[in-house]
Design a protein around this ligand. Structure first.
Ligand code: ZN
Length: 331
């Protein structure tokens, strides 16, 4: 009996000593993690990290722009962070990684693009909620094609149908590379697609916006520049008066304005204009713009349109405008 008590007291002393040292070192050097887990409520996922001690700072969160990775940096190292985690719904995995000399980074990778819906920190808990985002589908319409060559440059002999196709494909590749968009093309080769067929692709593809790509032609060969067309207000009253179309036109104009704001930041195109035109391709069920990349009837523009660098710049203006459009619109 006595011996047993002694043993117990001895064990208690050792345990307390160990605990004290451990707690002491935690307080001054380490953050001790109690538990890390992911909970799910409908489509919302929450990362929970429980700490033994309270932490006295706000962890910094960084995310990759494509929303596929999250980094959480702590100013202090974390003790024993063996928390590797496998595939779970939209979470590809997470792990802790040493970051610099004295801090640690929590890295979480996602299978889908995510948006963060809530972040909360209490004395010893971090909760970060996120959900998968539905990627918007961009419909890219390369004007003309096949037996319909569109306009032709008097200087370089190039046809509109080829410039619109190469630009559409380059735009598709750029958008896909961001991971933020799905893309549907109305044509991806040199073939004739009627306006009605294009419209049925546009109306049935669950798209978020249409970008139709053309080049302009003007009898005055001195005229240059890029323009973007949306439907005129009066086209609506003749064609369709329902609310959704009004809303789409408003969105189309907003996107056109963003585009024209970004264009001069990327390309030294001389004129840039927002216009309205009663164009059949724009009469569909989603927000829509038609872009005349430049005037094929002008020598300088003709050469620009054949330049991959110019097209790249125009495409970046489109990408920036799309990013802004989807950031500001409640899809
Ligand atoms: Zn055209």
């Amino acid at each position: 009996m006595r011996i047993k008590s002694f043993k117990l007291i001895f064990l208690l002393i050792v345990f307390n000593y160990y605990f004290f040292i451990n707690a002491f070192s935690n307080e001054h050097n380490f953050l001790a993690i109690k538990k890390t887990w992911i909970s799910k409520d409908n489509e919302i996922y929450t990362l929970n990290i429980d700490f033994y001690d309270g932490f006295d700072f706000t962890p910094r969160i960084h995310t990759l722009s494509n929303g596929l990775k999250m980094f959480l940096s702590f100013k202090r190292p974390i003790s024993n962070p063996k928390m590797d985690y496998g595939n779970h719904g939209i979470v590809k995995g997470y792990f802790f990684e040493k970051f610099g000399e004295s801090s640690l980074m929590f890295v979480m990778a996602f299978n889908k693009n995510v948006v963060f819906t809530k972040k909360s920190y209490t004395k010893n808990t971090i909760k970060i909620s996120f959900k998968a985002v539905q990627k918007p589908t961009i419909i890219i319409d390369a004007g003309h094609g096949g037996k319909d060559p569109g306009t032709r440059s008097p200087y370089v002999g190039q046809m509109e149908k080829n410039i619109s196709l190469v630009t559409a494909i380059e735009l598709r590749n750029t958008l896909l590379k961001t991971g933020r968009y799905n893309v549907v093309l109305t044509r991806d080769e040199d073939k004739f697609v009627s306006l009605d067929d294009r419209l049925s692709i546009i109306n049935s593809s669950n798209g978020s916006i249409l970008i139709s790509i053309h080049t302009d032609y003007n009898d005055d060969s001195a005229l240059r520049g890029m323009s973007v067309y949306t439907l005129p207000d009066n086209a609506l009253s003749i064609w369709e008066k329902q609310g959704v179309y009004q809303d789409n036109l408003k969105k189309s104009k907003r996107f056109a304005q963003y585009l024209m704001d970004y264009v001069p930041k990327f390309c030294k195109i001389k004129n840039k204009t927002c216009r309205s035109g009663d164009l059949k391709i724009l009469k569909n069920t989603i927000p829509s713009v038609l872009i005349e990349l430049g005037c094929i009837s002008n020598k300088i523009d003709s050469n620009l349109l054949l330049s991959k660098l110019f097209r790249e710049k125009a495409i970046y203006a489109m990408l920036y405008a799309l990013d802004k459009f989807f950031k500001t619109s409640n899809r």
